[in-house]
Write a protein that binds this ligand. Structure first.
Ligand SMILES: [Fe+2]
Ligand SMILES: [Fe+2]
Length: 296
């Protein structure tokens, strides 16, 4: 059963002026005491104003209303078949870059630049090469927008569905509009899950994280897969919620998710990486871990 109506209005599909408004909002929520100040000094290259705030609020109102357990199952059944497209990885980055941010073309980085800045920051700090690859790939799932998915089914904080929503999730007050909120099968602390069942047995709200995790499953070490799958699960990795769903393996893996998060949030920089210089390294890295073509 489709839990959400199929005919969303244009505003409901794209409440954000661009996807980066969500990232900008995360920086407001989780400012980095070190690098935010220096980045701002370089240039006020991002503005977070009342418009952004309203867009983000509206974005979460819709996200929290329509991300039901049934909605997620429908998306998983559709997208985890990976039968939509197949292309060489470097074409995939170009495809992803069709997500053009037209709000401020002078100052906004495209998706590939964000990925490269993230991976380069990880590389600079001497982490394993598979983590550099995670930096490069972590937002590849945003291509879902190019398959006409609404923004709120691609980005935004993710959270477990099928059990009670944590009130530490951003704008959690909007969950009262979600049909699962008043469904006794889903609205207890554990809902359909068993205590300590482990996140691998928990269905997360649908978005770019879960999608890219399935894309790279079996290709990189477990820590990297956790980074991909849970990088937007802020109520877990930043707020410490949902302990009752975790098993020891999740608790062990949390350190990898925490290690990755600052590179995602705080590596944004107005300086564009010199791709021609970096290309040989990344071609070798991608060839080491990924197949010649990626399926979407
Ligand atoms: Fe992401
Ligand atoms: Fe990111």
């Amino acid at each position: 059963m489709d839990a959400a109506p199929n005919n969303f209005s244009a505003k409901e599909v794209n409440p954000l002026a661009n996807l980066d408004e969500w990232d900008d909002d995360l920086l407001q929520r989780y400012p980095d005491p070190d690098s935010i100040a220096t980045a701002k000094k370089t240039e006020e290259y991002r503005t977070y104003d009342e418009h952004t705030k309203d867009h983000v609020r509206e974005f979460y109102r819709i996200n929290h209303t329509y991300q039901t357990y049934a909605f997620v199952q429908e998306k998983r059944n559709n997208y985890l078949k990976f039968d939509k497209k197949e292309m060489p990885i470097w074409d995939a980055f170009q495809f992803l870059n069709q997500l053009v941010d037209d709000s401020d073309p002078d100052t906004d980085l495209d998706q590939f630049q964000h990925l490269l800045q993230t991976s380069e920051a990880i590389r600079r700090d001497g982490h394993p090469d598979w983590m550099v690859l995670v930096g490069l790939m972590h937002d590849m799932g945003k291509v879902l927008c190019l398959f006409d998915e609404p923004q709120w089914a691609v980005v935004g904080d993710t959270f477990p569905v099928g059990c009670a929503f944590s009130d530490k999730i951003v704008y959690s007050e909007f969950f009262k509009n979600n049909p699962d909120f008043s469904n006794p099968a889903y609205n207890t602390q554990l809902g359909i899950y068993e205590k300590g069942c482990g996140l691998r047995n928990v269905t997360m709200s649908w978005g770019h994280d879960e999608y890219v995790y399935h894309m790279l499953k079996g290709r990189i070490p477990e820590g990297g897969l956790y980074m991909l799958r849970y990088h937007s699960f802020y109520s877990w990795h930043r707020e410490g919620e949902y302990d009752y769903l975790l098993d020891d393996h999740d608790r062990e893996m949390l350190k990898w998710v925490e290690l990755f998060n600052p590179y995602d949030l705080y590596s944004k920089n107005p300086e564009v990486p010199d791709w021609n210089k970096l290309k040989p390294y990344y071609e070798a890295l991608v060839a080491k871990y990924l197949p010649a073509t990626l399926k979407f």
